[in-house]
Every structure is written in structure tokens, then in C-alpha cells.
Design a protein around this ligand. Structure first.
Ligand code: NAD
Ligand code: WQD
Length: 336
């Protein structure tokens, strides 16, 4: 297949480009490099002996999109492009609604104009808000607690409504749980700007000596050790989930959501201990107050993705912490 990947230079996008190359697909990446560098794609090229065509540009640039769709006969689009920092979204909601919601609408307009109506969209477990029970299935009530979450929920709604209005749309909403890890080569991985918001990049920056200690946000949650529990999923499992969705879309009617998680919940301290044990490196931490907006626990029932897409996560917690560390220790300054 020939596939347009928006945001393909980013963390999950670059691993997915690699996976698609290995499966023999042709890839064109559109990315404005607002949170990434072309170095990721260069390294994917080295790892796969295949170069994705790269177009530097913005998904909100409708003229550019129309030109790209005229020049290439795409079979599908995988849409990663977007902003993802929860705190920043509270401070600058305008940026998030414009980039994530408006950007997705411009993209879908250009797709429809070109008759390319297969779309895989990066959604998030954040659309479940604070779930009433666990594990989470796709039919749980949806809600959001910050503009980032709302932007994902809004794009999901745009997709569902579009698919009702026009039965030619075939859309997979992939709700990722907590993506972590890196390709096993240690050549590509997550390269956060500034201070990481997420747990795993923070742990690995402490381990490599860039930060003094990890703040564990709260140890009084109703979980097995009091710290927050999440469903961490290896980014290569996630990348393969996109491939599975891409392969299934021609058979799918309308718009469907799929949880991509492992179904396992690990606490913050579980992750710290696994990282230390597997990598033989200390991760100093201290207990800090809860982070506003955090929930106690969140993990997936990924049964629908298994039954329908034939996909299941195969990588372990040890794989996650080992590959995170390989990437971080080989590239202490990321792609810089
Ligand atoms: P990332 O920031 O590494 O990748 C996003 C990419 O999109 C970047 O390369 C960025 O430069 C590009 N981009 C942003 N706005 C753009 C625009 N207007 N036009 C063109 N390119 C643009 O993030 P990621 O972790 O790889 O996340 C990919 C997607 O998955 C995002 O939509 C994110 O919201 C979603 N998601 C991420 C997580 C996570 O924890 N990483 C969890 C759930 C969902
Ligand atoms: C995980 C756990 C923290 C940092 C966020 C977004 C979500 C999705 C994934 C995009 C929690 C704890 C963290 C630290 C800590 N992104 N923690 N110290 O909050 O589950 O989800 O990323 O869609 O929308 O909200 O992930 O990695 O930030 O936190 O103790 O320095 O680690 O409290 O329990 P989260 P996270």
C-alpha cells in the first residue's frame, strides 16, 4: 500500500514508518517538525534500507495537502500529527484546538476531495477520563478533563459523524494507553523537548544523570502500593497495531475505536524497580504531592483489537525498560 503518515518524524510515527517499511509498504511523511527532527527518519532509513519520502509542511495547509494528494495515489492515511502536552494545552487551548482539531478537519477534507477515505487516527486512553471501573472497554463513557483530551474527543466525534454522513469512510480510532520504549536497535526513540512530562522519559533522564531525582506524584492512591497505575505499551507493539489496523481497514465499515494496550497495570514504583533491576542503574526518587488531574489507575481491555484486528501486545515490561534505557544511554541528548 501507499500510505501518507502525518507526524511521521515523531516518536510513535517514526517507529510506525519503520514497521511499514519492513512490511513492504510505501510511505510518504508529512511533518512540520514542530516536535521532531528529520534525523529520526534518516535513522529509520538506515535500519530498513528504505527511505520514506519526507515533506516538511503543516496539516493545516490545505493547498499543500491538495497538492500532495494530487501527486500521490494513497491507499490510506495514518494521522499522528498533533500536539500532546497536557499542561501546555491548559495554558494554550487555542493552539491545541487549531492544531489538533482544525488540522484533522483540513486533512479529512483533502482526503475526501481526493477520494482517499481510509484513516487511522491517533486517539488516546485520555478520552475515558476517570473510568468508573477497570479494565476499560471501548464502550465506556467518554469524557475529557483538559483541552488536549477534548481535542482527541472532538476529532473522534468528527470522524464518527463523517462516517455516518458518508459510508465510504473507513476509520480506525486507535486509543493508545501509555506508549513507552524504543526500537531494539537503540537508534530511534522518544526525544522530548525540555523537561519530560511523562514517566518513562523522566526515569531514563534521571538514570543517565540529566536530572537529579524522579518526583513520584502521590503514594496515597487506592492501588497496590499507593502510586498511580497505568497500562504501559511498548512503542513497537503500538507500531504493529497500526499495521494491523491498516490491513483490516478495507474490510471495516464506518468508524470504529480500538484500545491498544497490554491489559496489565503497573505502578510508578513497579516501573522504577523494573528499570533499576533490568538495567542495573539506580533511579533516585522522592515522594511528591499528587499531580493535579491524575487518576489512580487506568488499564485496557484490548480484546476488541485482538478479535477484530488480530493484534495483541507481545512485549514485556522488561522489554520496555531495557529498550528505553538502550535508547537513552546511547543517545543522552536524543537526536541532537
Ligand atoms: P510526537 O510529538 O513525537 O509526534 C507528533 C508529530 O507531529 C511531531 O513530529 C510533530 O512535529 C508533528 N506535528 C505536530 N503538529 C503538526 C502539524 N500541524 N502539521 C504537521 N506535523 C505536525 O508525539 P507522539 O508521542 O509520537 O504522538 C503521536 C500522536 O499520538 C499524537 O497525535 C498524540 O496526541 C497521540 N498520542 C500520544 C501518546 C503518547 O503518550 N505519546 C498517547 C496517546 C496518543
Ligand atoms: C504516568 C504515571 C503519574 C511523571 C499522559 C497523558 C495521556 C497520554 C499519555 C497522550 C502517573 C506518574 C509521571 C513523573 C510521576 N498522552 N508520574 N512522576 O498521565 O497516564 O498520561 O500521557 O495522549 O493523555 O495524560 O502518563 O507518563 O505522565 O504518568 O510520578 O515525573 O506516572 O502521576 O501516575 P499519564 P504519564
Amino acid at each position: 500500500m501507499k500510505v501518507l503518515i502525518t507526524g511521521g518524524a515523531g516518536y510513535i510515527g517514526s517507529h510506525t514508518v519503520l514497521c511499514l517499511h519492513e512490511a513492504g509498504h510505501d510511505v510518504v511523511v508529512l511533518d512540520n517538525l514542530s516536535n521532531s527532527s528529520v534525523e529520526s527518519l534518516k535513522r529509520v532509513g538506515e535500519l530498513t534500507n528504505k527511505c520514506a519520502q519526507f515533506i516538511e509542511g503543516d496539516i493545516r495547509d490545505e493547498q499543500l495537502l491538495n497538492r500532495i494528494f494530487n501527486e500521490h495515489a494513497f491507499d490510506a492515511v495514518i494521522h499522528f500529527a498533533g500536539l500532546k502536552a497536557v499542561g501546555e494545552s491548559v495554558a494554550r487551548p487555542d493552539l491545541y484546538y487549531d492544531n489538533n482539531v482544525n488540522g484533522s478537519m483540513v486533512l479529512m477534507r483533502a482526503m475526501k476531495a481526493a477520494g482517499v477515505m481510509r484513516l487511522v487516527f491517533s486517539s488516546s486512553a485520555t478520552v475515558y477520563g476517570d473510568p468508573a471501573s477497570l479494565p476499560i472497554t471501548e464502550d465506556f463513557p467518554l469524557s475529557a478533563t483538559n483541552p488536549y483530551g477534548w481535542s482527541k474527543l472532538m476529532v473522534e466525534q468528527v470522524c464518527r459523524d463523517a462516517a455516518v454522513a458518508d459510508e465510504n469512510w473507513q476509520i480506525a480510532l486507535l486509543r493508545y494507553f501509555n506508549p513507552v520504549g524504543a526500537h531494539e536497535s537503540g537508534r530511534i526513540g522518544e526525544d522530548p523537548n525540555d523537561i519530560p512530562n511523562n514517566l518513562m522519559p523522566f526515569i531514563s533522564q534521571v538514570a543517565v544523570g540529566k536530572r537529579a531525582e524522579l518526583s513520584v506524584f502521590g503514594d496515597d492512591y487506592d492501588t497496590h502500593d499507593g502510586t498511580g497505575v497505568r497500562d504501559y505499551i511498548h512503542v513497537m507493539d503500538l507500531a504493529r497495531g497500526h499495521l494491523a489496523a491498516l490491513n483490516y481497514l478495507p474490510k471495516q465499515k464506518g468508524c470504529e475505536a480500538y484500545n491498544l494496550g497490554t491489559g496489565n497495570g503497573y505502578s510508578v514504583l513497579d516501573m522504577v524497580k523494573a528499570f533499576e533491576t533490568q538495567n542495573q542503574v539506580p533511579v533516585p526518587y522522592r515522594i511528591a504531592p499528587r499531580r493535579p488531574g491524575d487518576i489512580a489507575a487506568c488499564y485496557a481491555n484490548a480484546g476488541k483489537a485482538e478479535q477484530v484486528l488480530g493484534w495483541t501486545a507481545t512485549m514485556t515490561q522488561d522489554d520496555m525498560v531495557r529498550d528505553t534505557w538502550r535508547w537513552q544511554s546511547h543517545n543522552p541528548n536524543g537526536y541532537k
